[in-house]
Ligand binder design. Structure first.
Ligand code: SF4
Length: 559
């Protein structure tokens, strides 16, 4: 196929192991760009996000007609509300490609692989016929391999189902494609690159969890530390300052020689150290280095090595990090019926261990490393009792004085290729009412945990202003990181701006805060008093003593 111009439209992706909604850029666009340049470095590759395209749809459509190849990346498998962007809608996926005549059109990402999720759990629906028909190819395998073969061998040599068996090509593509980040709208500001360290779950040996697609990859395939470091170096050279090692089911077992042979491989802290040390050496001025998934079972089965591994992470990462743990349920019967592998007491122990090692507050105002827990609702065998046990579990964590950075509750998404696909959505449908009750109670606990994680008066450093909401009169700002905490400011600040804030109140998922240092005249004494826990009459002098107000500070007039 003769190609001189390629356009990547990023409709954003969100999967259990991988995030690509701004400020994140996931691996897909980077690997794809690298695959193109691996074939011919003179090919022009342009990148545009769906939010940029939406600003001028007509302009985007007429521009896209001028390319030889259009690649649309899409698929939000675990839908949520996003502050940084809005993923491509089904309607746009249906309409836009059908209006773009000229280029060869390819759909890739989770939408191509699994279909479309309703956002309320349940079975993933197949892609509607009109969407399928508006693309030339739907790639169900690895997009970068398809694009590489398409450009090097032509359509007949490109198998849309091909899945990589090792990282040889990807390691090359990842370095070559790193420069695509310069076209991302968040580049030079709060852009975070998602980094892949391995694929496949060690628990594939026993079939893995009933709802998870990861065991379908079979024996896990590890990326070498040298390749990951080379990719980070390339991204750093092209201006990325925030990284998350998020694409793997369990960072603790990265590099373990037992992976692939044992359901619960023993962590290899030295392998982790080589990786983290390498990253720090090639990206000395990085601002954020975070992780994502940690399997609590690894901490339980190999506590000594897991503790060492966690210490390595804390030594090299940046504070505010989150070890996202799939607790999934606190009902032992549901653990059993879905082969989840970790029982509630074990999960609680893992939470204790992470708290013990990670609760210390770091330079940016947040604890070094805290657990986040995930619950999945609608699993096989659950009953109303399950929901009460789940809540009891959260209460136990709270009553022990432990911290959780966040509690994530989602309805099971039933993907083809998982055991839940066979079991069905009976449990999900039967418990919609109690699920709503559970979510409400979780929101209450989330607020209580946040009060513990960032008490009033905490100063958080280095937040990026993301947007001002005219209707609410609120500015949203966040640090870069894994599950960054949103601060809502009761005044107008416009991006780009990087600020510090002081916390004065808590919601379930965000904190209310004032930017600091505030300009002396007009600083809201009422809110400062709340933040500092002093009477209003003393608020300004106390704030000034702590350096939170200044003559030339920020403006924040609150009506
Ligand atoms: S432990 Fe379970 S949820 Fe986690 S990756 Fe493995 S199979 Fe998936």
């Amino acid at each position: 196929m003769r190609v001189s111009k390629v356009l990547i439209l990023d409709g954003y992706t969100d999967e259990p192991a991988g995030l690509g909604v701004p400020p994140y850029i996931d691996v897909y666009p980077r690997y794809i760009a690298g695959a193109v340049w691996a074939v011919d470095k003179t090919i022009r590759v342009d990148y545009i996000t769906v939010d940029e395209a939406r600003r001028d749809v007509h302009g985007f459509i007429s521009r896209a007609r001028g390319y030889d190849l259009l690649i649309v990346v899409a698929g939000v498998v675990v839908p949520g509300k996003y502050l940084g962007g809005e993923p491509i809608r089904l309607e746009e996926l249906r309409l836009w490609p059908s209006l773009i005549e000229g280029p060869f059109k390819v759909l890739v990402g989770p939408a191509a692989r699994f279909g479309i999720s309703s956002g309320e759990g349940g079975r993933v629906a197949a892609l509607p016929k009109e969407v399928r028909e508006s693309f030339d190819v739907i790639v169900r395998g690895d997009p970068e391999l398809y694009v590489y073969r398409l450009l090097s061998e032509g359509e007949s040599g490109a198998d849309p189902y091909e899945v990589r068996e090792d990282y040889r090509l990807v390691d090359r593509f990842a370095v070559l494609g790193a420069r695509i980040v310069e076209q991302h709208p968040n580049h030079g500001y709060n852009l975070i690159a998602e980094i892949e360290t391995f694929r496949g779950c060690p628990r594939y040996i026993t079939g893995g969890c009933s709802f998870c697609i990861e065991p379908a990859y079979g024996r896990p395939v590890m990326r070498s530390a040298e390749s990951i470091v080379a990719e980070v170096e390339a991204l750093y050279r092209h201006g990325v300052r925030a990284f998350r090692l998020g694409r793997q089911p369990d960072i603790l077992v990265y590099g373990s020689p037992e992976i692939g042979d044992r359901e619960w491989p023993r962590p290899d802290p030295d392998a982790l150290r080589r990786l983290f040390h390498g990253i720090r050496s090639v990206a000395p001025g990085l601002e954020t280095l975070h992780i994502d998934n940690v399997n609590p079972g690894t901490i339980v089965h190999h506590e000594r090595e897991a503790r060492e591994a966690l210490k390595v992470i804390i030594e090299y990462h940046t504070p505010g990090d989150v070890a996202a743990m799939g607790v999934e349920t606190a009902d032992p019967k549901v653990v059993e019926a879905n082969n989840l592998g970790v029982y509630p007491d074990e999960a609680l122990h893992a939470i204790r261990v992470v708290n013990e090692l990670g609760a210390r507050r770091g330079w940016n105002g947040l604890p070094e490393l805290l657990p986040g827990v995930n619950f999945v609702l609608g699993l096989r065998g659950e009953t109303r009792e399950t929901y009460h046990l789940n809540l009891e579990f959260i209460k136990r964590v709270y009553d022990e004085g432990l911290m959780l950075r966040r509690i994530n509750v989602r309805q099971v998404l039933i993907l083809p290729g998982t055991k839940m696909w066979v079991y069905g959505d009976h449990w999900l449908r039967a418990h919609r009412g109690i699920a709503r009750w559970f979510r409400r109670r979780v929101m209450e606990y989330s607020r209580l945990f946040l009060e513990r994680v960032v008490p009033r008066g905490t100063v958080l450093r280095g937040l990026y202003v993301e947007k001002y909401d005219e209707r609410l009169g609120v500015t949203f700002a966040r640090q870069t990181g894994s599950y960054p905490l949103v601060a809502e400011l009761p005044c107008r600040l416009d991006p780009p701006a990087k600020i510090d804030v002081v916390v004065y109140a808590h919601g379930a998922r965000s904190v209310r805060a004032l930017p600091v240092p505030l300009r002396e005249r007009g600083a809201p004494a009422r809110l400062l008093a709340k933040a500092l826990g002093v009477p209003e009459a003393q608020a300004l002098s106390e704030a000034s003593r702590r350096g939170l107000v200044a003559r030339e500070g920020l403006e924040c007039r609150v009506s």
